[in-house]
Design a protein around this ligand. Sequence first.
Ligand code: DAT
Ligand code: MG
Length: 160
Amino acid sequence: MTTQKTSATPANATPESATSASTERTLVLVKPDGVRRGLAGEVLRRLEAKGYALAGVELVTATPELLAQHYAEHVGKPFYQPLVDFMLSGPILAVVAEGQRVVEGFRSLAGATDPTAAAPGTIRGDFARTWDTPVIQNIVHGSDSPESAAREIALWFPRL
Ligand code: DAT
Ligand code: MG
């Protein structure tokens, strides 16, 4: 007996990642506050418990150049330099997660940007709070659209 693939598979995709044409990817970062507090595993656990697949996981140290591209939309804002300094303050766990509507799904898991307002049950609502710092420290980053995800994954995982 032979089995047949029902969808076109890009030549460079592994069978595991080529689940269907609607499979989406997002970039998740466990920021330095999350790694310092030992929450990297908790973030991976929540992604997996929700049912998303991990397509890439790497502990990385950012650079000012990488962050200028990653946070291009925030260059020039008052919190930009504090944000860069914070993102350079320790290692980051960079993750590519995969699944239908994962961009929206991870934003929902992460919760609101402001950790005081973030709903309990979300990563930011459960593990982050407001401090007297010039930049909000909120444990995770998640891409805000499929277009942002593609751009950000190319920055953090040039080989993926
Ligand atoms: P998000 O990370 O929810 O997509 P964002 O892209 O607007 O939020 O901002 C990037 C990060 O910068 C955010 O996670 C925390 C910080 N930040 C955003 N707005 C801020 C503000 N007004 N003051 C201080 N830090 C801020
Ligand atoms: Mg953002």
